[in-house]
Design a protein around this ligand. Structure first.
Ligand code: O7M
Length: 261
């Protein structure tokens, strides 16, 4: 990802999300996505796909073509499937998404390592792909799960759930950590644990109230932006504006390119 960021001079990850379409009109979504990608790709380093497109278009019939298109434009692709099941199932999910061409997928560390995350990391390693972990989400109720105080089952130590997840992201050499832009103080705290070893990807800019400036100042490396771009009257112009503002935003600590992905 770091190389792509450097080459494309952008740290913007587009969340290629669209509003619900009646299933009989789902083919429109493909043209919408294709057209949007065609207009905004110069201002991105990656595209993140979610159920918004995988459900109506299918992984191998529709989404794979968009993944290929993103790759042809020199972009990385991330599948936001938030894998959250038993290891045997996770392994199959990972195999399919990597087979569709995705460079990385997103997993939920609540499932733990043995028979949880481990099989995903093993598939990723075998195929030289990435795994990005959720550390603190952007929505209002994030504290109910990610913000709980827990007793570490190994050490008996009392700590915050997201602190435990950040330490695990380091231990497992995750390729990225998701922390909501709506909680810059959490980005700062998590960045102190991760340093430059695991880059922070931050969603929640614009539509959810977060700002690029605050997320970058707190230590985020990449900004995940969806509706602010996908619903804009002029998506290309909007993406360029966000890319430019991110380029000139003060990053703390200053920009260091990452070795991951
Ligand atoms: O910019 P938006 O709000 O339109 O879209 C944000 C995207 O990021 C959307 O695809 C969400 O599913 C995703 N996201 C969050 O908004 N918050 C999170 O905490 C985590 C994610 C995410 O990308 O998880 C990997």
């Amino acid at each position: 990802m770091a190389e792509t960021e450097k080459k494309k001079e952008s740290n913007i990850v587009l969340a290629l999300d669209f509003p619900f379409e009646k299933p009989e009109n789902r083919k429109n979504l493909f043209s919408k996505a294709e057209q949007l990608l065609g207009g905004v790709h110069p201002y991105l380093c990656a595209v993140k796909f979610n159920h918004h497109l995988v459900l109506p278009l299918g992984t191998f019939d529709g989404v794979r073509k968009l993944v290929k298109m993103a790759h042809e434009e020199g972009l990385m692709t991330i599948m936001d499937c938030k894998v959250n099941d038993i290891g045997a199932t996770n392994q199959i999910v990972a195999e399919y998404y990597y087979a569709a061409g995705f460079d990385a997928l997103i997993a939920n560390p609540f499932i733990g390592w043995e028979e949880g995350l481990k099989p995903i990391f093993e598939v990723a390693k075998r195929l030289s792909r990435g795994v990005i972990l959720l550390i603190y989400m952007s929505h209002k109720a994030a504290a109910e799960g990610y913000g709980q105080t827990i007793l570490d089952p190994e050490t008996g130590e009392k700590l915050l759930q997201y602190v435990s997840f950040a330490k695990k992201a380091l231990k497992y050499s995750a390729d990225g950590a998701i922390v909501g832009a709506t909680y810059p103080e959490k980005i700062r705290e998590i960045h102190k644990i991760l340093g430059e070893k695991v880059p922070i990807y931050s969603p929640g800019i614009g539509a959810q109230g977060g700002t690029a400036q605050a997320a970058l100042n707190a230590g985020a490396s990449y900004l995940i932006v969806g509706r602010e771009i996908t619903l804009a009257e002029n998506p290309g112009e909007t993406a360029k504006k966000i890319r430019d503002s991110a380029r000139f935003a003060k990053r703390n600590p200053p920009d260091v390119f990452h070795d991951h992905l």
